[in-house]
Design a protein around this ligand. Structure first.
Ligand code: SF4
Ligand code: SF4
Length: 195
């Protein structure tokens, strides 16, 4: 049977919606204040109709619905690579949830698992973690990556100068886009996008 979102509307808070000028981690203006759901359901934008998180698409167990996990999960294709994206609704959701950790273990065998949060929505350079096969974890903070094995930091790496230059350009573009979104909050015409 096809799944329905039911009481969940977590993606409407966690994800960025460019066409609404909505930042990730803040409620959509159209979230129904009387309960879960969309106040403009019948006329909601096409991108909202089209969006299906991993759970809604049947990729997770019934009991692993995003609002019960505290995170929105998607399998994301990024050019040649595919990864599981876990976006925490509040910082620390992953570490607090045995279910989320079990999902991470399940997926890291076949693809990287990237864990990020939307705790500071105004920082386009938030730290994130990537779980890899064999127990390896990368903790990325700015230009630096800590490589962790079995809870121990085994290596610290800094981006090369060319990667640092490219990163500065990307951050400048994101900050500029974010300023535009903050200035334009409240306008309508939607579209869900990655956070
Ligand atoms: S996070 Fe998934 S289940 Fe929840 S409202 Fe969005 S699409 Fe539906
Ligand atoms: S417009 Fe889209 S993001 Fe906003 S509440 Fe409706 S479905 Fe969610």
């Amino acid at each position: 049977m096809e799944r329905r979102c039911g009481d969940c509307s977590l993606c409407c808070t966690v994800l960025r919606v460019d066409a609404l000028n909505k930042l990730g981690g803040v409620n959509c203006l159209h979230q129904d204040v009387r309960g879960p759901g969309c106040a403009i359901h019948a006329t909601r934008p096409q991108i909202c109709r089209a969006y299906r998180c991993l759970w809604l698409g049947g990729g997770l167990e019934e009991a692993e619905r995003p609002d019960l996990l505290g995170a929105v999960l998607d399998v994301v294709s990024d050019g040649a690579t595919v990864r599981l994206e876990i976006r925490e609704a509040v910082p620390g959701s992953f570490d607090d949830s045995e279910r989320l950790q079990a999902i991470g273990e399940r997926y890291r065998v076949s693809m990287p698992v990237r864990i990020s949060d939307v705790g500071d929505v105004l920082d386009p350079d938030r730290p994130y973690r990537v779980l890899l096969p064999g127990g390896e974890e990368h903790r990325v903070r700015g230009e630096w990556t800590e490589v962790v094995h079995s809870g121990r930091i085994t290596q610290r790496r800094r981006l090369s100068w060319i990667e640092r230059a490219a990163r500065r350009v990307i951050l400048a573009v994101r900050r500029s886009r974010q300023r535009g979104m903050r200035g334009g909050r409240g306008r309508s015409s939607p579209g869900k996008a990655e956070n």
